[in-house]
Design a protein around this ligand. Structure first.
Ligand code: HEC
Ligand code: HEC
Ligand code: HEC
Ligand code: HEC
Ligand code: HEC
Ligand code: HEC
Ligand code: HEC
Ligand code: HEC
Ligand code: HEC
Ligand code: HEC
Length: 349
């Protein structure tokens, strides 16, 4: 009891200092993306039912302290709008009063828990609470129809609003500034990471690998986009919030790829219809492959012959017939500009 109180007191001070420091030294991390939400106010339902953050802080210091460091704690107050804890948890008077009256009685305390919204319902209900405000953001607006939402993955699988575990993380004590040591404020790498990376529970790709083990395996193959090395992120190509495109790709089909591989965009005088019709993934695997150049087949020739069916009778699709060189070697020996050409209809140069 006593120990817990002391710890709470220290963490409350820690929170105060962290806020003070961040205000003066501007260490509050910039958001990865420009403000996407026009802070839509959540209206209060019966102003008398709200008690304000101070009341919650008395019993929930860790949550209060961690929450105080996040962008959610800085939202402006509108007339009759709920701010702070109660903008997500809803009006808290009934809960606070009942917990106070419970005096630690387990049964009464459990009953008091039921008087506040605590994100323990369905994933849909949980996400809806966040979307009350975030629906207005162009990035989260499609969430309801995303594969994640449709498969029961809510905002909370990936984001944490008050990462209390981070403040308890003993690993954090390894790195300490002199000032932090003096005030016995631990400098917490896990907490800093959380605050600088959109309140994510883990960074990419580990966050995604937890559930997408097959994708992790693909990125472990010899040829891969350098996601495991940290040079690229899953979100360069996908949106976890949903886009409406196939596989939640950031842009329609090959547009996602040519955002980086601009030289493959064209327009070409002679374009390879394969790209236009099926996209880059007609020939490449996006994540990883045991083949060179992320090709979908080990033998490039076999890749081409998937569509350009060899036929000894017709010379339309294959001028050089089955008996000749098509039986061996890469087709790109001659068809060297396979992504499209401005000079040659057969992509020879
Ligand atoms: C009362 C409105 C409101 C509610 C409810 C709300 N948010 Fe926010 N949230 C905001 C605003 C406003 C911002 C700041 C917008 C910006 O800078 O892009 C924000 C920012 C964020 C950020 C970015 C943080 C950062 O450091 O860049 C995340 C992640 C986030 N919210 C997740 C959530 C989740 C998850 C929930 C539900 C548990 C939620 N929000 C509920 C209004 C709200
Ligand atoms: C008098 C002390 C007290 C006050 C004031 C108080 N709480 Fe609580 N709260 C508790 C206790 C005790 C629990 C139960 C903790 C447990 O079960 O581990 C709890 C549980 C919760 C839970 C989790 C409920 C669940 O289903 O597990 C949430 C969310 C919560 N409080 C939010 C708030 C908010 C927001 C406020 C301010 C509006 C607040 N509390 C004010 C004592 C209080
Ligand atoms: C932006 C939305 C949001 C705001 C604002 C918010 N919380 Fe929470 N809170 C959550 C979510 C979501 C959870 C569910 C647990 C989780 O995902 O980490 C939660 C869980 C809790 C719990 C239960 C923790 C547990 O272990 O079960 C308590 C207590 C709590 N919050 C208190 C507070 C207090 C106190 C404040 C204000 C200082 C506050 N919350 C502000 C979203 C919010
Ligand atoms: C599957 C994991 C996942 C889910 C589910 C998820 N997010 Fe995110 N969110 C991320 C990742 C990853 C980023 C960082 C994007 C980046 O760095 O490009 C992010 C960034 C954000 C941001 C800040 C930048 C932006 O894109 O606006 C906000 C706000 C946000 N998420 C809110 C939400 C809300 C609200 C929900 C639920 C409706 C939600 N997220 C569900 C993974 C997720
Ligand atoms: C270079 C762009 C790119 C990157 C980076 C990328 N993906 Fe993909 N991903 C794609 C494309 C394109 C597809 C569609 C493949 C197809 O059409 O066969 C896809 C398909 C998927 C699928 C569905 C098919 C499957 O393999 O299960 C999942 C899940 C997925 N990606 C998750 C991830 C995760 C998780 C990461 C990060 C670890 C990631 N992706 C990184 C481009 C990318
Ligand atoms: C809590 C588990 C979980 C986490 C964490 C998670 N996902 Fe998913 N994801 C799923 C489920 C479940 C589906 C739907 C089933 C499927 O297609 O595999 C899905 C679907 C997808 C799809 C669509 C696949 C398709 O075939 O259309 C993409 C893309 C994707 N996730 C990317 C990501 C990325 C990127 C991250 C990390 C930022 C991530 N996921 C984190 C569980 C998760
Ligand atoms: C965010 C930028 C980015 C996006 C988006 C992107 N790539 Fe890449 N890609 C790279 C970089 C950088 C390299 C080369 C260096 C490396 O990482 O090994 C590369 C390499 C490649 C290679 C050659 C691999 C090798 O072994 O030389 C192929 C093929 C490729 N990408 C195809 C694609 C396809 C297909 C897509 C769309 C699904 C795509 N890329 C999307 C950045 C990107
Ligand atoms: C018809 C099959 C096919 C399609 C479709 C295709 N590629 Fe390729 N790509 C190849 C082949 C074959 C190679 C290897 C060429 C070589 O060995 O010189 C290659 C090589 C590459 C390389 C590495 C070498 C270089 O030229 O930079 C990149 C990057 C690449 N492709 C990106 C893309 C992108 C982006 C798209 C979609 C716009 C795409 N490819 C569509 C067949 C294809
Ligand atoms: C996904 C199917 C597909 C794959 C794989 C594919 N192609 Fe094509 N290719 C096409 C289509 C469709 C056309 C347009 C044919 C037409 O207009 O009659 C085309 C056109 C061509 C042409 C231009 C001649 C013409 O008939 O217009 C050449 C040369 C060619 N492909 C070579 C290759 C080579 C070499 C590969 C292997 C690296 C390859 N293709 C892989 C579908 C594919
Ligand atoms: C030794 C060089 C060489 C190799 C290797 C080669 N081609 Fe060709 N290919 C050509 C030439 C030259 C033409 C143009 C013939 C013409 O215009 O009459 C051509 C034309 C084509 C055409 C266009 C046919 C049409 O009707 O317009 C296709 C399709 C094609 N090749 C596919 C392939 C495929 C698939 C491979 C690999 C299995 C391959 N080529 C390997 C030299 C080659």
């Amino acid at each position: 009891m006593n120990g817990k109180f002391t710890r709470s007191l220290i963490s409350a001070c820690a929170g105060f200092l962290a806020i003070a420091f961040s205000a003066s030294a501007q260490t509050r991390p910039a958001a990865n993306a420009p403000a996407s939400v026009t802070a839509r106010a959540v209206p209060q339902v019966g102003a008398d039912n709200y008690v304000g953050n101070d009341r919650c802080r008395r019993c929930h210091k860790s949550e209060f302290v961690e929450f105080g460091k996040t962008v959610h704690a800085t939202l402006p107050e509108h007339k009759n709008s709920a701010v702070g804890c109660e903008m997500c948890h809803g009006a808290g008077k009934a809960h606070a009063d009942a917990q106070e009256a419970a005096h630690g009685d387990d049964a009464k305390s459990a009953a008091a828990n039921k008087l506040i919204f605590s994100f323990k319902g369905s994933t849909k209900v949980n996400s809806e609470r966040c979307l009350q405000c975030h629906q207005t953001s162009n990035k989260q607006a499609k969430f309801d129809h995303s594969s994640h939402a449709l498969n029961g993955v809510s905002c909370l699988e990936c984001h944490s609003i008050h990462l209390v575990e981070a403040s308890d993380n003993p690993k954090g004590e390894a790195v300490q500034t002199a000032t932090a040591k003096f005030f016995s404020v631990p400098s917490l790498p896990e907490e800093n990471r959380w605050l600088t990376s959109s309140l994510l529970r883990k960074n990419q790709p580990e966050l995604c690998y937890q559930c997408h083990a097959n994708v992790k395996a693909a990125f472990a193959l010899p040829t891969h986009h350098r996601v495991p090395e940290g040079a690229m992120k899953c979100t360069d190509c996908h949106s976890p919030h949903g886009t409406g495109n196939r596989h939640e790709l950031q842009q329609v089909a090959s547009e996602t790829c040519v955002a980086c591989h601009t030289e493959k965009r064209g327009p070409f005088v002679f374009e390879h219809a394969a790209t236009r019709v099926e996209g880059c993934t007609a020939c490449h695997t996006p994540h990883g492959s045991s083949n060179k150049m992320l090709l979908a087949r080990r033998e490039e020739r076999m890749l081409c012959l998937q569509c350009h069916v060899a036929s000894p009778t017709t010379t339309k699709t294959m001028p050089h017939n089955v008996q000749s060189f098509q039986a061996q070697g890469a087709c790109s020996r001659c068809h060297s500009v396979i992504h499209g050409s401005n000079f040659n209809k057969d992509f020879l140069n």
